[in-house]
Ligand binder design. Structure first.
Ligand SMILES: C[S@@+](CC[C@H](N)C(=O)[O-])C[C@H]1O[C@@H](n2cnc3c(N)ncnc32)[C@H](O)[C@@H]1O
Length: 279
């Protein structure tokens, strides 16, 4: 089978699965051939080797079973860096880059940052990469997620700037460490909404999605305990889901935070909430 024929076949197979079947077919074929997608055009009339075609068809089958593209190619770009991802971690989302950008704007030399629920390490590692003089604690309750995060930290050359701890929220963080910023993109989907999620999202770890009955479980756990771990004047920065702003703002105000700010994403949805701990 020739390259252009394989692309057409893949696109047809993926028609009912994704909005851009041809693009995904091209991307999966270029991944099978270990080349850049732009190079496909030059190879259009070349005949695929048996193992290349086999690999491609295997990827198409996986994608047809609604496995996210990123889990098939085992990577996702975030803040300009290539992160390894697989079923052990949430696929980092573009809107989470807002959280990183807002954190970076508020950092100063020597700052100590805590990332709760680090997953692939996307937030912690990007901060460590982009802010030269800082130290980051990255925690997750999932041992498997921490394996991926550590791998990414090594791969991206910042392992020595990050301390990884298996911890249920704050449980294993030493009480004497005080942070300048606590950041988190916690699970925030309401339990009842989990079953209506897109099939691809359902392939992501439930632990990374389930925000309890009202979706606010983690904000209610994290924000009150920030007082034990934030320096006075330190800030909490959290990603929030659609419609969660008011409730999370209330939790901030009830727990000694002021100067609340909310940052919208490109779809004009409140996406990041920031508060200053001032007690
Ligand atoms: C929405 S994902 C965010 C992953 C990553 N920070 C990102 O933004 O792509 C939430 C993460 O919180 C972790 N998590 C869930 N419950 C936790 C808990 N009790 N303590 C610490 N981390 C937890 C999950 O394992 C998951 O990695």
């Amino acid at each position: 089978m020739k390259v252009y024929e394989a692309i057409a076949l893949g696109a047809k197979e993926l028609e009912s699965v994704c909005p851009n079947p041809r693009l995904e077919s091209e991307l999966l074929l270029s991944h099978s051939l270990r080349i850049d997608r732009v190079k496909l055009a030059i190879k259009r009339d070349e005949v695929l080797k048996e193992e290349e075609l086999e690999r491609f068809l295997k990827y198409i089958e996986k994608r047809k079973s609604r496995i996210p593209y990123q889990y098939i190619v085992k990577k996702q770009h975030f803040m300009g860096f290539e992160f390894y991802v697989d079923e052990r971690v949430l696929i980092p989302r573009p809107e989470t880059e807002i959280l990183v950008e807002e954190a970076l704007k508020r950092m100063k030399s020597g700052d100590l940052i805590l990332d709760i629920g680090t997953g692939s390490g996307a937030i912690a590692i990007s901060i460590a990469k982009l802010f030269p003089d800082c130290k980051v604690y990255a925690v997750d309750v999932s041992e498997e997620a921490l394996e991926v995060a550590k791998y990414n930290a090594e791969k991206l050359g910042v392992a020595e700037k990050i301390i990884f701890i298996k911890s249920d929220v704050f449980s294993n963080i030493p009480q004497d460490v005080k942070f300048d910023l606590i950041v988190s993109n916690p699970p925030y989907i309401k339990k009842a909404e989990l079953e209506n999620l897109q099939e691809e999202v359902k392939k992501e770890p439930i632990l990374a999605l389930d925000g309890g009955e009202d979706g606010l479980f983690f904000y209610k756990r994290i924000i009150p305990d920030c007082k034990f771990y934030l320096k006075k004047g330190g800030r909490g920065l959290f990603e929030i889901g659609y419609g969660q702003r008011e409730e999370v703002e209330k939790i901030f105000l009830e727990n000694g935070f002021d100067e609340i700010e909310v940052i919208k994403d490109l779809a004009h949805i409140d996406r990041v909430i920031i508060g200053r701990y001032n007690l």
